[in-house]
Design a protein around this ligand. Structure first.
Ligand SMILES: Nc1ncnc2c1ncn2[C@@H]1O[C@H](COP(=O)(O)OP(=O)(O)OP(=O)(O)O)[C@@H](O)[C@H]1O
Length: 328
């Protein structure tokens, strides 16, 4: 899954560039996605994620660079690329005027399946995506989550080996989002390669083998979630006080801590390991410091995202409001 011979790569692109008029959207990006893996392209609104998906799925052409998808060249063999991939997302293929089942059968027709085969595949996919009950209702009556499920089911009619999911869970409630993650994991278990774009760091963290952060038209960082988290500092223990006098006393003793006089809190750099925590607690005890609240913060993908996509700095320690904290 992680070997990098060209045959084992579902997607390999180099130097992709795209401008709309004067606006440079992609400034030469490289993308490598091993077959059978999940790749997440992460970035803020307008970063160029959808543009990258459109280029890789041959909906638009690149202004520069080159790419192969499913072993086929984007520029010289777009037909073969299209035959190998499925695309769902912001440009949904669902027709609201007809039923879910009719949408599926239409797809089967487009893929030149026989009537019997079309019915068989449709029934199987409706079952798999929990749409049997809704199958005979117009798709316009479906909830957002049901529409997304139908959209993916329609994509699978053609049995693509590579699927592009453009923001697959945007606008879904937490339960539907988790269901969608289950569906995506199921696809990958079946050997499908998934290229997804998302604004949700948690989603990339949950699903992706590798993540690329797109910012200002370039890949700001790429790696596994753990590798990205290691790129930035930010682990700390935070002590909060309610009594200003206790806070002042502690701030004087803990000269290396970062002060927040307004919140009456102190931040001590820490990797969050049990050993470091024990020594911090021992030290607080011996100094007679009793905080009202102690929280441990380890860097998460949110921190990485903020650090890499911030226009001001790439190495700031993120504040507690930006991050998950484990209170104790
Ligand atoms: N057809 C177009 N003509 C002109 N500008 C475009 C066109 N398509 C996209 N853009 C611009 O290119 C930039 C990148 O758009 P894109 O849709 O790729 O971003 P994105 O990362 O997918 O954003 P979002 O998360 O908001 O969907 C945006 O500034 C957008 O306005």
């Amino acid at each position: 899954m992680t070997t990098t011979t060209p045959e084992s790569l579902a997607i390999a692109a180099e130097g992709l560039r795209k401008s709309y008029g004067d606006k440079l959207v992609l400034d030469g990006i490289d993308l490598v996605v091993p077959t059978g893996s999940v790749f997440a392209l992460l970035g803020p609104n307008g970063a160029g994620k959808t543009t990258a998906v459109k280029i890789l799925s041959t909906l638009i052409t690149t202004d520069g660079g080159q790419g192969r998808v499913g072993g086929h060249d984007l520029a010289t063999d777009p037909q073969s690329v299209r035959a190998a991939i499925g695309v769902t997302g912001q440009f949904s293929a669902v027709d609201g005027l007809i039923t879910g089942e009719e949408n599926m059968l239409l797809m089967a027709d487009l893929h030149h399946l026989s009537r019997a085969e079309g019915r068989r595949v449709t029934a199987e996919l409706l079952e798999r995506f929990d749409l049997v009950e809704a199958a005979k209702k117009p798709a316009s009556t479906y909830s957002g989550g049901m529409k997304r499920r139908l959209d993916i089911a329609m994509t699978l009619v053609g049995s693509p080996r590579i699927i592009f999911l453009d923001e697959p869970t945007t606008g879904l409630d937490p339960r539907s989002r988790h269901n969608m993650w289950g569906i995506i994991r199921g696809l990958v278990a079946g050997g499908v390669t998934v290229f997804l774009t998302t604004q949700y760091l948690e989603e990339a963290d949950e699903l992706a083998d590798r993540i690329a952060v797109l910012n200002d038209g370039r890949i700001a960082a790429e790696g596994t979630a753990d590798e990205l988290k290691r790129l930035i500092p930010g682990g700390h223990v935070r002590l909060r006080f309610t009594d200003p006098a206790s806070y002042q006393g502690a701030a004087v003793s803990l000269r290396d801590a970062t002060r927040d006089d307004e919140a009456l809190s102190l931040q001590i750099p820490s990797d969050g390991s049990q050993r470091e925590l024990r020594s911090i607690l021992d030290w607080l005890d011996s100094a007679g410091i009793e905080a009202d609240e102690l929280t441990v913060h380890t860097p998460d993908l949110d921190d990485v995202f903020f650090a890499l996509t911030s226009t001001t700095s790439t190495a700031t320690v993120p504040g507690p409001t930006q991050s998950k904290e484990n209170a104790r």
